[in-house]
Design a protein around this ligand. Structure first.
Ligand code: ZN
Length: 164
């Protein structure tokens, strides 16, 4: 574990495993159906988010905040929020729901990805009985100056997988 963990939002629910190497960090959260065991008290929102786990402190993220969330059935967080500097990308993994951005409803389902600018006043909800599983990736708007096409570089060799 790193000795200099960034400040973490108060979390309940512990992952099954957190592992750090010289150049990686990995977390085993458990299946999405079990993410209901996580909750976070969010001082900026004055609310407790149930079924939500933030990864920044677990993985020592330095460029993004990522959270994994599940809403088990109809409903959703009963508040609106926006951001000061960060854009958010909501990636819906399974289920059916809606996002509300500045009063405009957007139907979402498995495979939908919604980017919300910092100033967008947003909410989201599950409109079905099945769990709505989603990820939220948050990064400073305008901070991405290099990406796959210009940042990724090939390295000599082939993967040396351990024997099964
Ligand atoms: Zn947010």
């Amino acid at each position: 574990m790193s000795a200099t963990k960034p400040a973490a939002l108060p979390r309940t629910g512990e992952p099954d495993e957190v592992r750090h190497g010289a150049n990686f960090s990995a977390v085993r959260l458990g299946g999405a159906c079990d993410w209901g065991r996580y909750a976070v008290r969010h001082p900026g929102l004055g609310a407790t988010l149930h079924g939500k786990v933030f990864l920044k402190s677990l993985l020592n993220l330095t460029g993004t905040e990522i959270s994994c969330g599940v809403i088990p059935g109809k409903g959703g967080p009963p508040f609106l929020h926006k951001h000061r500097e960060n854009e958010e990308v909501y990636v819906f993994v399974s289920g059916t729901g809606q996002m509300l951005v500045d009063g405009e409803a957007i139907d979402v389902a498995e495979g939908c990805v919604v980017r919300v600018a910092p100033a967008g006043v947003r909410a989201w909800r599950n409109t079905a009985d099945e769990p709505l599983v989603y990820l939220v990736i948050q990064a400073k708007e305008g901070s991405l100056t290099q990406w796959t096409a210009t940042d990724g570089v090939g390295v000599e060799g082939v993967p040396a997988w351990p024997a099964a």
